[in-house]
Design a protein around this ligand. Structure first.
Ligand SMILES: CC(C)(COP(=O)(O)OP(=O)(O)OC[C@H]1O[C@@H](n2cnc3c(N)ncnc32)[C@H](O)[C@@H]1OP(=O)(O)O)[C@@H](O)C(=O)NCCC(=O)NCCS
Length: 188
């Protein structure tokens, strides 16, 4: 039987602004990294669910680097966009900009990529509309997202191999092999 072609859909940008309140502070008075991660996850969820019309769960988050601290009292605006769509997965790119409300000075505090999966009521992945690439920017973002997807796969395999050798099968290594590997790492 012929499969119905998947419909095409544009990715609309999503913008969310939040005020950094004292309950989000860490011991040094800046906003806790975990509070920012929670907000990023909410933004990724909203963006992916809006695009797919399905409940979306977080599969992974790429390395999140906090380039600058975010201060209590600042406004943080999250700019999110679906960059890439697989069968059920979406890569959501998010850029966070902090603004001092008084001076109106802005800083780019971090950017990151979430991989979200659209799921049905049974919690299983569902097929979602394909991404309509209507401009050089959306096309370039798609290419970059595809390259990151490949990199994630390679990174996953490397991490698994390290884990297997140095944790799970540690008892198969001799003390001399561990000593030699340690010395080789120290010399780098
Ligand atoms: C997300 C989830 C539904 C995927 O289930 P699954 O059985 O792996 O599903 P599938 O094998 O059909 O894969 C679905 C998609 O995820 C991708 N995927 C699954 N595991 C992956 C991995 N380790 N790395 C990259 N992509 C992966 C597949 O490539 C596939 O992409 P596509 O549909 O765009 O081609 C399941 O892992 C899950 O429920 N995870 C928990 C999510 C959650 O609760 N997050 C909140 C954190 S507490």
């Amino acid at each position: 039987m012929d499969k119905k072609p998947r419909e095409l859909q544009l990715a609309e940008p999503l913008v969310m602004t939040m005020l950094m309140t004292p309950d989000m502070a860490n011991f040094s008075g800046n906003v806790h990294g975990g509070s920012i991660l929670r907000m990023l996850d909410q933004v990724a969820y909203a963006c992916a669910t809006h695009y797919s019309h399905h409940y979306a769960v977080t599969l992974s988050v790429d390395q999140v680097k906090f380039k600058q601290p975010v201060k209590v009292g600042e406004l943080v605006t999250f700019y999110a966009q679906v960059n890439y769509v697989g069968r059920s997965t979406m890569e959501v790119g998010i850029k966070a900009i902090a603004e001092d409300i008084h001076s109106r000075e802005t800083r780019h505090t971090n950017s990151c990529y979430f991989t979200m999966v659209a799921v049905g009521s049974d919690g299983r992945p569902v097929e979602i509309p394909k991404l309509l690439l209507d401009s050089p920017t959306t096309k370039a973002r798609y290419v970059a997202a595809k390259l990151r997807r490949q990199l994630r796969k390679e990174h996953d395999s490397t991490m698994q191999a390290i884990d297997l050798k140095w944790t799970e099968q540690l008892d198969t290594l001799s003390e001399q092999e561990i000593e030699d590997a340690l010395n080789a790492e120290m010399d780098k």
